[in-house]
Each structure stands twice: as C-alpha cells, then as structure tokens.
Design a protein around this ligand. Structure first.
Ligand code: GUN
Length: 299
C-alpha cells in the first residue's frame, strides 16, 4: 500500500514548534518576532496567499505587517519601502510576494533585501550559503525546505545511496531542492524541459521531485516501483464532472496512477503546499532568534 505523505500534519508540527520558540524568545529577551509581507498590485491569487501568510504569522505570535501597494508603484517607491524594512529592528523577516507587475525589476528588489531578513531565501548570499552548505547562518527557500522535511519523514536525514531526480531548475525551487538533497548525501540529477527522455531519467529515481508546472505530466511509467514521489505542482484545471464552470487542483503528477507504483507520495492539495507557509514561519523564527543572539530552533 502506498503511503500518502500528510503535509498538513507535518506543517502543523512545524507551526507548533514555531509558536513555542516564539513565545520562549519573547519571554527570555523581550523580542517579539516580526514579519513584513509586501504585495504590489491586485493579482487575486497573490492576495489569497499573502492573506494566509499574515493570518499564520499572527497565529504564531508574530507582529505581522502587510504593505499593499498599487499596481502603478514605481521601482523607486518599492525600493524605498524595502530599505525602511531593512532598517526596522522590529522586523525580522521581509517577503516581497512574486510575481511583481511587469514594469518592476523583481530581481533588483529581491537582492536589495538584507540577507538576514530574506525569509524567502532568494538573496544570492542565501543561495550561495546553501550551495556551500552553510546552514548555520543562511536562510533556505521555503518550498524546497518544506519538501525536504517530507522527504526526511520517509527516509530520515541521510540519503546515502539513494538516487534523487528533481524535475525543474528554477531559482525558487529546483536549484535549492537539488542542493538540499545533495547536502543529505543523495545522488542528484536535475532534469528539465530540455532533458532527453525525461521519463527514463525520472524512472531512475528513488526520490522523484516534480516541479514542472504542468498538470499531471508525470505518469505511472515515470515512477520507479517503490519510489518516494514529491509533487510540488499546484495546477487549477477544469472539472466539468463537478458541475459547469467548476475547477479542481491537481499536481504535476498523475496521482491515482502514480500511487499504484510509488511507495510514498504527496497529495495535491495537502502535500507540499501547507509546508511552504510553515517554513516561512520557521525562517522568520530563525531570523528573529539570530537577531536576538539566541540559538534558533531546528526544523
Ligand atoms: N509567489 C509564489 N510563491 C512564492 C514564494 O515562495 N515567495 C514569494 N515571495 N512569492 C511567491
């Protein structure tokens, strides 16, 4: 029987640990953890995500600040806001929700966030620390960090001898995921849209991580029997069987058929998704502890 990896449950245990650490930090040092989330424009999906982040931050006992800027905001105005958050000692984590409107240079904004407040782990300093194995001072991108916790639930901390294949090579997910798996001693292949015979490469994986952004692209015959499958995709597709105009969420993996072959698999929704927000809270707690000179909690 396949094991369905319960991301909601793992995320809840991370949130519990964050709440405890946050309360202890405040009691011992008087420091209240602060997270600032910046959103530009009115993309409804982004507003939904940002709202959820703010609510979770409050639940964790953080000061949660949201800056909502109009779509016409200039590069200079946004840069000024980031600068003021960089200098604000009550803010330990800064997240600029992506994507930004097209006229803005997102990369310049991300790189202007102080690395020790970059709870998205997107600053080159944090990417470099991950690449060189500096887990003691860097911050790791939330979705790969969360996916890695799910891998650890199945395989433990040491992935020696296991082949891992990550499909996807983005800075936000694929590259940091590959680095995390490598740091845990897996033998890692990063595959992508230009990879020859993706199915065969995927079938070599003991741990298969799919972040391709295409609904149900990974089929049963891409999965090695007994593999662990981590599905990072969130795709909304039409679901006429639920009634006219209805839709449903599916991952990048054809879940039902892949479940017949895999030993463990993450569902969509309820797998990697809940972990992203949990790890954002974890990163903010870590940043606040470091700023206060306290040993941060481990996740
Ligand atoms: N938009 C979608 N995912 C993310 C994320 O992880 N961080 C940020 N900043 N924006 C996103």
């Amino acid at each position: 029987m396949v094991e369905i990896i319960d991301g909601k449950q793992v995320a809840a245990s991370v949130i519990d640990a964050v709440k405890t650490a946050t309360a202890v930090l405040e009691k011992n040092t008087g420091v209240k953890t602060g997270l600032a989330v910046v959103i530009v424009g009115d993309d409804p999906a982004s507003h939904t995500y940002v709202g959820a982040k703010g609510r979770m931050a409050k639940e964790c006992g953080f000061t949660s600040i949201q800056h909502t800027l109009p779509a016409e905001t200039t590069q200079g105005e946004l840069a000024k806001l980031v600068q003021s958050l960089n200098e604000d000692a009550s803010i330990h984590g800064i997240l600029v929700q992506l994507p930004l409107p097209k006229h803005l240079n997102a990369e310049a904004i991300i790189q202007s966030i102080r690395p020790d407040k970059d709870v998205d782990g997107l600053h080159v300093v944090n990417a470099g620390k991950l690449a060189t194995g500096d887990f003691a001072t860097g911050l790791i991108s939330c979705t790969p960090a969360g996916a890695m916790l799910l891998v650890r639930r199945i395989h433990g901390k040491d992935l020696s001898g296991l082949n891992a294949v990550v499909i996807g090579r983005s800075n936000l997910f694929g590259k940091p995921m590959a680095q995390l798996l490598l740091a845990a001693n897996a033998t890692v292949t990063t595959a992508h849209s230009r990879t020859k015979d993706l199915a065969t490469v995927a079938r070599g994986a003991d741990i298969l991580v799919a972040a391709v952004g295409r609904p149900e692209m990974v089929k049963a015959d891409w999965v090695k029997p007994g593999a662990t499958v981590i599905d990072v995709g969130i795709n909304r597709i039409a679901a006429p069987e639920r009634g006219e105009g209805r839709s449903r969420l599916v991952g990048d993996v054809a879940f039902a058929e892949a479940s017949e072959v895999a030993a463990a698999i993450t569902p969509v929704p309820g797998g990697v998704g809940p972990m992203t927000i949990a790890m954002l809270m974890a990163n903010t707690a870590i940043a606040a502890h470091r700023a206060a000179g306290q040993t941060p909690p481990k996740f």
